[in-house]
Design a protein around this ligand. Structure first.
Ligand SMILES: [Zn+2]
Length: 658
C-alpha cells in the first residue's frame, strides 16, 4: 500500500529578542490551518516552528539579565513554546538554533558548499562599535553607534564568504521554471528584478561574535545570521538524514514580507551550492496595521494574542485574522472590528445556527436526528447550494484564499438562517404531514450544519469539535476526509450529544476594556511580581529566579502611593465603565482613568481625596492615557469598586501612604 503523500510547512524561526505578538501569531495560525486542512485531505503533514537564538543581541540581553546566554535562550524558547501550546498551536517540530541537531546540520551544509567550491576566505570591512562588540550594518565611516552613540570605527575582519554571485543565472532559471515558487505574484517580480540587478557574495561567518555555531576547525569563526537561521528548516526534518524522513524539500515556507529576499535568494542558493533539493514555495504575507501604522515595540501599539484568546477564545482570533484580510496583503487590526466580527459571525452566525437547530430537534424529535420526508424545491435548492459551497471552499483553501473560503462557508450559514426563518418549523402543527415537513426542514438544516462544521474545522478547530459533539456525530471532525464530503451523509435516528457553550455574546465596550486591561498587565507586569508561574513569559524570562510568594518591605516600598484630590471627573464616550479623572497629587496634576463609572457619579467625586499609585507606568485605556491608579476595594461577586478614602482626618494632598 503506498504511503500517504507528505507535506512540510514552516513558519519563520522567530528571533528571541522579544515575545510573540499578533504578527508571529498570524503566521503560526496560518501554518496550523494549512496543516489541519492538508491532514483532512489525506496528507501526512509536518509543521515546524522554532527560535533563532544566536547573535550579538542575545549576547547583550543575557549580559543585561546577568545570566549565561544558554540560560537566557532556554527561557525565551520556553516562553515561545508555552505560548504556542496555550494557543493550541503546538508544532510537530520546534527547532532551536542551539539544538545539537541544528549545529550538526549547519556544519554539514557548510562542508558541502565548501567542497563544491562555493565558499572562500576573504575580508569584511564594516563600521564597528568597540563598546558593543558589533558591526553596524548600513553605517558609513564617521557615523555614530545607533545603540550607544559612540563613534564607530572602520574594522576589517577575516570572514568566510559564500559565492552568491555565482547563482544569479541558476536562480533566474529556477524562478522561470517554477513560476509558483514566490508568492504572491507581486513579490515575485520584486525578487526577480533584485536578482537581475546582480548579486554580491555574502559574508557567512564572524570572528567578532562569540555566541554562535562554531565553524569546525576554524575557531574563532562562528556562523552569521542567515546561514545559521535558514538552515533550521532542514535541521527540523533530520538534516543530513533528510532522505530517510522524506519531508525535504519543504512544500511551503510562510514568511513575513520583510524576510522574503533571504528565503527566495540566499536559501535556494545555499541549497543549490550543496546540491540539495530546493523548497517548492515561499509565501510572503503582509503586516497587520494599527490605525494604518505598522505595529512596533517602540510605538507601544503591539497587539498581544493571549488576552484576546483568554476573553473570546483562540478560534475567534483565528477566524478574525483569516477572514478580515486577503492573505498576502496588509490588513488593519482593531479590537472594534474583532469584537464586531465575533458577535455577528460567530455568536449570531455559526453559534446561533448550531444551538437553534439542536434546540428545535431536542424539542420536537426528542433529540434524535429526524428522518426527512419528501423534498420541496426550496430544500433541493439549499442542498445544491451547500454541495457547490464544498467545492468552492476547498478550492479557496488550496489557493490560500482563506478569506474567500470563509465567505463561502458563512454564506451557506446565512442561507440556512433564511431557510429556517421562511420555513418556520416551530409554527407547524402535529399532523403527520406537518411533522414530516418539520422533519425534512430540521434534517436539512442539521445536514448543512454538519457540512459547514467540517469545512470550517481547519480555521475553528476547538468550536467545530464542540458542534460535532453537539450533533452526536461519530469519531472526530478532524478525521473527516474532505474529499469524501457530500450532501446527504447525515444519518437519521442518531441521538444528539451534550449541549455546548459555543460563542457567548459579549458587550463590545466591556470586552475591549477587558482585553486592553489584560494586555496592559502583560506588557507592564506589576513590580511586586506574582510567582513566576503566573507572571508573563517576559517577566519569567527576565527574572533571574522565581519571585517568592510573600514580598519583602523593599518590594512594597517600590509602590509609591500618595493622597490625591480629584479635580475633575467625566465620562468617556464609548466606555461605560471608565471615568477620566484629573487628580492633584501635590507635586502635579495627573490624568487617571478609573473603572468606577457605573457606581460613582462624576460630579460627586470632585474634591474627594483618594489613594493613588503614582509610579505606575502610564498606559492607555480605550485610547485615553492613564497616568497612575486610584485605589478601590472590589466588593461582592461583581467586584463593585469602593474608593479607598480618609474619613477620620483632613489629610494633606501628596502625603505618602506607607
Ligand atoms: Zn555602541
Amino acid at each position: 500500500m503506498p504511503g500517504k503523500p507528505k507535506f512540510y510547512v514552516t513558519t519563520p524561526i522567530y528571533y528571541t529578542n522579544g515575545l510573540p505578538h499578533i504578527g508571529h501569531t498570524y503566521t503560526t495560525i496560518v501554518a496550523d490551518v494549512i496543516r489541519r486542512y492538508k491532514r483532512m485531505r489525506g496528507y501526512e503533514v509536518v509543521m515546524t516552528t522554532g527560535t533563532d537564538e544566536h547573535g550579538v543581541n542575545v549576547e547583550r540581553a543575557a549580559k543585561k539579565a546577568g545570566i549565561p546566554e544558554s540560560e537566557f535562550v532556554a527561557r525565551m524558547a520556553d516562553a515561545w513554546r508555552s505560548l504556542w501550546d496555550e494557543l493550541g498551536l503546538t508544532a510537530d517540530e520546534f527547532v532551536r538554533t542551539t539544538d545539537l541537531r541544528h549545529v550538526r546540520t549547519v556544519q554539514w551544509l557548510f562542508r558541502l558548499c565548501r567542497e563544491n567550491g562555493y565558499v572562500y576566505k576573504g575580508h569584511y570591512t564594516g563600521q564597528y562599535c568597540i563598546y558593543d562588540n558589533a558591526f553596524v550594518t548600513d553605517a558609513k565611516p564617521g557615523d555614530n553607534c545607533p545603540d550607544c552613540g559612540r563613534p564607530l570605527e572602520t574594522v576589517t575582519e577575516e570572514n568566510y564568504f559564500f559565492k552568491l554571485s555565482a547563482f544569479q543565472k541558476p536562480l533566474l532559471d529556477f524562478y522561470k521554471k517554477n513560476p509558483g515558487f514566490i508568492q504572491p505574484e507581486s513579490r515575485r517580480n520584486e525578487i526577480v528584478s533584485f536578482v537581475e540587478g546582480g548579486l554580491k557574495d555574502l559574508s557567512i561567518t564572524r570572528t567578532t561574535i562569540r555566541w554562535g555555531i562554531p565553524v569546525p576547525g576554524e575557531e574563532p569563526h562562528v556562523f552569521y545570521v542567515w546561514f545559521d537561521a535558514l538552515t533550521a528548516y532542514l535541521s527540523a526534518v533530520d538534516g543530513p538524514e533528510y532522505e530517510k524522513r522524506g519531508m525535504w524539500p519543504a512544500d511551503l515556507h510562510l514568511v513575513g514580507k520583510d524576510i522574503i529576499r533571504f528565503h527566495t535568494v540566499y536559501w535556494p542558493a545555499f541549497l543549490m551550492a550543496a546540491m540539495l533539493p530546493v523548497p517548492k514555495q515561499v509565501w510572503a504575507h503582509g503586516w497587520f496595521l494599527m490605525d494604518a501604522a505598522k505595529m512596533s515595540k517602540s510605538k507601544g501599539n503591539v497587539i498581544l494574542p493571549r488576552p484576546i484568546a483568554n476573553l473570546l477564545g483562540i478560534d475567534a482570533l483565528r477566524y478574525f485574522l483569516l477572514r478580515e484580510v486577503v492573505f498576502g496583503q496588509d490588513g488593519n487590526f482593531s479590537y472594534d472590528a474583532l469584537v464586531t466580527r465575533y458577535n455577528s459571525d460567530l455568536a449570531n452566525g455559526l453559534g446561533n445556527l448550531a444551538s437553534r437547530t439542536a434546540a428545535l430537534i431536542e424539542k420536537t424529535f426528542g433529540g434524535k436526528i429526524p428522518k426527512p420526508g419528501e423534498r420541496k424545491p426550496q430544500d433541493e435548492a439549499l442542498a445544491q447550494e451547500t454541495q457547490a459551497a464544498i467545492g468552492e471552499v476547498l478550492e479557496n483553501y488550496e489557493n490560500m484564499s482563506f478569506a474567500r473560503a470563509l465567505e463561502a462557508i458563512w454564506s451557506a450559514i446565512a442561507s440556512a438562517d433564511k431557510y429556517l426563518t421562511t420555513e418556520q418549523p416551530w409554527a407547524l402543527g402535529n399532523s403527520e404531514q406537518e411533522q414530516s415537513r418539520r422533519a425534512t426542514i430540521l434534517w436539512t438544516t442539521a445536514e448543512l450544519l454538519r457540512i459547514v462544521t467540517v469545512l470550517a474545522h481547519p480555521v475553528l478547530p476547538a468550536s467545530t469539535a464542540k458542534i460535532w459533539t453537539l450533533l452526536g456525530l461519530p469519531h472526530s471532525v478532524a478525521a473527516v476526509e474532505l474529499d469524501g464530503l457530500r450532501w446527504g451523509q447525515l444519518v437519521p435516528g442518531k441521538q444528539l450529544g451534550k449541549a455546548q457553550t459555543l460563542f457567548p455574546r459579549v458587550e463590545k465596550d466591556e470586552a475591549i476594556e477587558r482585553i486592553e486591561a489584560m494586555a496592559n498587565e502583560e506588557r507592564n507586569p506589576a513590580p511586586a511580581a506574582k510567582p513566576a508561574a503566573s507572571a508573563t513569559p517576559a517577566a519569567a524570562a527576565a527574572a533571574p529566579q522565581a519571585a517568592p510568594e510573600k514580598i519583602g518591605i523593599e518590594d512594597f516600598a517600590k509602590v509609591e502611593m500618595r493622597v490625591g484630590q480629584i479635580k475633575t471627573a467625566e465620562r468617556i464616550v464609548g466606555a461605560d465603565k471608565l471615568l477620566k479623572l484629573t487628580v492633584d497629587i501635590g507635586t502635579e496634576i495627573r490624568q487617571i482613568c478609573a473603572g468606577i463609572a457605573q457606581y460613582y457619579e462624576p460630579e460627586k467625586l470632585i474634591g474627594r481625596k483618594v489613594a493613588v499609585v503614582v509610579n505606575l507606568a502610564p498606559r492607555k485605556l480605550r485610547g485615553v492615557e492613564s497616568n497612575g491608579m486610584v485605589i478601590a476595594a472590589a466588593v461582592g461577586p461583581e467586584g463593585r469598586p469602593v474608593l479607598a478614602g480618609f474619613p477620620d482626618e483632613d489629610v494633606e494632598i501628596g502625603a505618602r501612604l506607607k
